[in-house]
Ligand binder design. Structure first.
Ligand SMILES: [Zn+2]
Length: 196
């Protein structure tokens, strides 16, 4: 099924165009062992969910431009002023003040390594990643937190030095525009649409 749904913000309002919900005919659920008596119905619905990014929009826009953004607390009164957080978050968990977006692409290229990992042979509904999925937890020098992402090429191991890759061709503007490969991976080994 193909559908068209487009949203723009104009004059500070959502302007929607296209198909945002579709009612699909329902069908009966019958008991094949007992004379096909009625047990219930299916209730199919298709809808387009509009997901606002708010203050996190800069993170997703930057992925499509090959940049990994983090946030840093610059509040002079914060006990942990200068802490860098990845994944990106809007407010400081320590002082609750709005943080400053910073570009940490270089920190990631030079210091990212696998903290731990898990390999999943199965995934949930709507997962777009190829199986097995090699989830990795990534640590960075000078960053307070660990990032969950996935290894797109090679096999994970603890301590493996990895570098970020970005889906700059046909970006999805989701976290799937970011993946990781072992340091030294050649550009022609990257998945379609991705580059360093
Ligand atoms: Zn703070």
């Amino acid at each position: 099924m193909s559908r068209f749904a487009e949203v723009q913000v104009k004059n500070n309002q959502y302007k929607i165009k296209g198909d945002f919900h579709e009612l699909i005919p329902n069908t009966p659920i019958r008991d094949a062992d007992n004379g096909h008596r009625l047990m219930g119905i299916t209730n199919p619905r298709m809808l387009v969910h509009m997901h606002s990014y708010g203050g996190e929009a800069v993170f997703f826009e930057s992925l499509s431009q090959g940049k990994l953004m983090a946030s840093r607390c610059d509040n002079p009164k914060c006990e942990y002023k200068g802490s860098i957080w990845q994944p990106f978050r809007i407010a400081c968990p320590d002082c609750l003040r709005k943080m400053t977006p910073i570009d940490m692409t270089d920190i990631a290229r030079k210091t990212a390594k696998v903290h731990t990992f898990m390999v999943c042979e199965r995934s949930g509904a709507f997962s777009l990643l190829d199986k097995p999925i090699k989830f990795i937890n990534i640590e960075f020098d000078g960053v307070a937190t660990i990032l969950m992402s996935y290894l797109a090429v090679g096999e994970p191991k603890m301590g493996l030095r990895v570098v970020p890759i970005f889906k700059k061709i046909d970006p999805t503007y989701t976290i799937l525009d970011l993946a990781w490969v072992p340091e030294g991976t050649k550009a022609d080994a990257l998945p379609f649409g991705f580059s360093f």
